[in-house]
Design a binder for this molecule. Structure first.
Ligand SMILES: [Fe+2]
Length: 224
């Protein structure tokens, strides 16, 4: 992805979150000079990859298949320096933009529609080989049990949330506008805990055609 395009999406997301009255922590808006100034005190941010994150899942078509998010808090399994057992993210899911089918081996997560459009989630149970099964899926939506057929969908309106247990395949997209989506979960480990039904890329290759407006969580080593 071109850095200029990433900058445009980051600005758009920052405006979107602000318009929904969801405020990000100060480091969301740090300049490179700010990061350098605070470098000695932000090892937690760097070590846990907190902050802005954008991916097109290696497809080269972010608007169709991609996700922009901000990791607000996280811990690290088995690391006494970061004992926090929970994580929180805020995401901008663009209208019709798909996050591909995946599950998490360790992480249980609640996905929350915090405002904007609808969030449409499609789910499958996984089998022992990482495939999908035909079994119906029962989940908790705000404490209410809901059952859909295998590959069935649930539509979360603003304010609604769903609990996704481990190893339950899920894919989602927004309809009727861009959706601001929260995630409250167990510790997040994108490097080892995500299983995609079809193999996907993670961080897009960057074409540095302009300076970054905000650093991404995989930029810190490069720029600070
Ligand atoms: Fe997930």
């Amino acid at each position: 992805m071109k850095r200029s395009v990433i900058n445009r999406y980051l600005r758009s997301a920052a405006e979107f979150f602000d318009s929904m009255d969801f405020k990000l922590p100060p480091f969301a808006f740090f300049s490179i000079a700010d990061w350098k100034k605070h470098k000695a005190d932000v090892t937690e941010v760097f070590d846990l990859s907190l902050g802005w994150d954008i991916t097109d899942f290696g497809t080269g078509d972010f608007e169709k298949t991609g996700l922009l998010l901000f990791t607000i808090r996280n811990g690290r399994l088995g690391d006494a320096s970061y004992p926090k057992p929970y994580a929180e993210k805020i995401m901008m899911v663009r209208e019709q933009q798909v996050t591909p089918m995946h599950f998490h081996t360790h992480k249980m997560e609640d996905i929350i529609n915090r405002g904007g459009g609808d969030l449409v989630i499609t789910m499958h149970h996984s089998d022992a080989n990482g495939g999908t099964t035909d079994a119906p899926v029962t989940v908790s939506v705000d404490g209410m049990r809901r059952t859909v057929k295998a590959g069935g969908t649930l539509r979360l309106k603003p304010g609604e949330s769903i609990t996704l247990p481990q190893k339950l395949y899920h894919t989602f997209h927004a309809e009727n506008g861009n959706a601001m989506v929260g995630e409250v979960s167990m510790v997040n480990d994108d490097s080892g805990d995500n299983r995609f039904l079809k193999p996907m890329g993670r961080f897009p290759a960057l074409d540095e055609d302009e300076a970054p407006v905000y650093l991404l969580c995989n930029d810190y080593n490069k720029f600070v």
